[in-house]
Design a protein around this ligand. Sequence first.
Ligand SMILES: Nc1nc2c(c(=O)[nH]1)N[C@H]1C(S)=C(S)[C@@H](COP(=O)(O)O)O[C@H]1N2
Ligand SMILES: [Mo]
Length: 249
Amino acid sequence: MNEDVHEGVNDGHPPQRGTPVGRRVFLGTLGLGALGVVAAPRLQRGLEGFLGGAADKDPTGLTGLLPNGGGFRYYSVASSVPRKNADSYRLTIDGLVDRPTTYTLADLKALPQTRMVRDVQCVTGWRVPDTPFEGVRLSRLLDAAGVRPTAKAIRFTCFDGTYTESLTLDQARRADVLVALRMQDKDLGHSHGGPVRLYVAPMYFYKSAKWLSGITVTDEVRPGYWEERGYDVDAWVGRSNGRDDEPTS
Ligand SMILES: Nc1nc2c(c(=O)[nH]1)N[C@H]1C(S)=C(S)[C@@H](COP(=O)(O)O)O[C@H]1N2
Ligand SMILES: [Mo]
């Protein structure tokens, strides 16, 4: 199966108008148009099998295809993502900090956990109401690392090797921004970005980087993957990306 088509069907967002269109996104969009709606569930199922774990939750792939299927879609801009477990997972905090730190999963689990229940909202319109997330406040990890006075922003990197995200330092210190270990009261599975993803409750879900592996404190905002493709860096739900209307579901 053509991997460009795979990614295009499943990377989640069309490029925003007026922005450069990356080759992969362009090919993916073409592929979806040409194959049409009948072929898409099979592609979706293919990717879910590939990512693992997701297929049994949605054997038809239809909740991922229909606009208002009432559940999560499984998004990855990378065609394959390595699996990490309690032994192999590491989260590094570096950049403009006094104490660069590497956490294991056990280290993160040993810290105080915060649970929040909010709506998940993707910028393309799908939404999952009242979704519990649980994890360590990002502000706690930043304080532990000792953020230097010249710091202004955070750069997030992922062990998929491709996805990136950003927050200003003020945004990152909000109480509703978590380094999440659990979602829907279960440990985060691989397809949802486990074992650890970012969770930025007040922003569109693209800010919530899956497979989080790096937190780098920087002196300016460096736009993330979707932000380089035209989406807002300040992605407050209902206030950005020109989508101020009610969510479509
Ligand atoms: N590493 C990584 N994180 C990511 C993405 C991605 O493609 N790769 N997609 C983003 C987008 S656009 C959305 S809507 C959510 C989807 O999360 P889910 O797959 O758990 O539903 O993850 C966000 N984080
Ligand atoms: Mo999204």
